[in-house]
Design a protein around this ligand. Structure first.
Ligand code: ZN
Length: 342
């Protein structure tokens, strides 16, 4: 029996075909309609329904490029199951270069949302009903916030032996964080429905970071292979090394002032090591920011201006720090080098 077409927002996509669908989301004040752009790749053979989405935070644009490259990749010509690719979820924020919606809400804190709620709540409900609820698996693409950059990392809730844990490992970036769920996030919502979900965090808002985009595309393809949506690669099938962090914390600015970082993204640091120095503009007074544990720098501020208490260096802790360091090193040799902020 032939496979049924895939239906999304009233559009039917025949097996073995793909279609771009504009899902109506709201109207602007000007009465101009606004859509979430979606591409559905519906395979001839049955399999998982994978949602890959970017820019749920409107200024986190590395994911937009990851989705574009994924859709142009020859690897997805013959997909088993169905790929739902959404390059831009928060179309409002994307147009305005901002993380938020026009009502200043964070869309990734609005799930599951409600059709009768505020704009954020409605967009979340619509995205969920029309798109996310059809998915059996989800990869949500993010970057650091504005002026903040992240070492490519997967955040997921890892239960041993779970499909989520297998997907996290298969993605093939050096660091995996067993991250708590944020209330109202797409990840928390999907997890509550038992849908395996990964968040990929890499690079900085409003940038295209090649060292974040290229591994993101390969990571999604690797997960698709794991799920049986693509044929196994003829090349090496072993994913690159990844280490699971057992926790992480931010080192914060001790005083208001101007920051001179003394470390870089991906660096191994030791407890007590100076990560950076914050000084007043004259240099009369300065204070060191010190690592409070051994770990790897998985996120940091790129803005040399800091207020007291501001989170500047995100350090992840590992049981196997040597392995984590070598996972980062081998990642560095596979992709464009990480930025040198020193
Ligand atoms: Zn984000």
């Amino acid at each position: 029996m032939a496979r049924a077409p895939f239906e999304l927002a009233g559009v039917r996509v025949a097996p073995g075909s793909r279609a771009q669908i504009d899902v109506p989301i709201a109207k602007l004040y000007t009465h101009a309609p606004l859509h979430i752009p979606v591409e559905v790749v519906h395979g001839r053979q049955p399999g998982p329904v994978l949602l890959v989405c970017g820019a749920i935070h409107g200024d986190e644009i590395n994911g937009v490029e990851i989705v574009r490259r994924l859709l142009r990749s020859s690897s997805i010509r013959r997909v088993r199951g169905t790929l739902i690719a959404v390059p831009i979820v928060n179309v409002f924020g994307f147009v305005q270069h901002t993380r938020y919606l026009p009502d200043r809400r964070d869309l990734n804190r609005c799930f599951p949302g409600s059709e009768a709620g505020s704009l954020g709540s409605r967009v979340a409900a619509l995205f969920r009903e029309q798109i996310a609820d059809q998915a059996t698996h989800i990869i949500d693409l993010h970057t650091g916030a504005i002026h903040r950059t992240n070492l490519p990392q997967i955040r997921a809730q890892l239960q041993q032996g779970s499909e989520t844990a297998a997907m996290a490992e298969a993605f093939g970036v050096p660091v995996i964080l067993n991250a708590e769920l944020r209330e109202g996030s797409l990840r928390a919502y999907a997890q509550s429905r038992g849908v395996p979900v990964l968040t990929y965090e890499a690079g900085e808002a409003l940038r295209f970071d090649e060292w974040a985009i290229a591994p993101g595309v390969r990571g999604v393809l690797r997960v698709m292979r794991l799920l049986g949506m693509l044929s196994a690669s003829r090349r090496r099938s072993q994913p690159p090394a990844a280490e699971i962090a057992n926790g992480s914390s931010w080192a914060r600015a001790p005083i208001d002032g101007i920051l001179r970082p003394r470390t870089r993204l991906g660096a191994r640091v030791a407890k007590g090591q100076v990560l950076g120095v914050v000084a007043d503009p004259f240099g009369n007074s300065e204070d060191e920011i010190v690592a409070n544990a051994d770990g790897i720098v998985i996120g940091m501020s790129n803005l040399p201006l800091a207020n007291e208490g501001e989170a500047l260096f995100h350090v992840a802790r590992f049981d196997a720090i040597e392995e984590a360091e070598s996972a980062v090193e081998s990642f560095q040799s596979d992709y464009e080098p990480l930025p040198d902020t020193l």
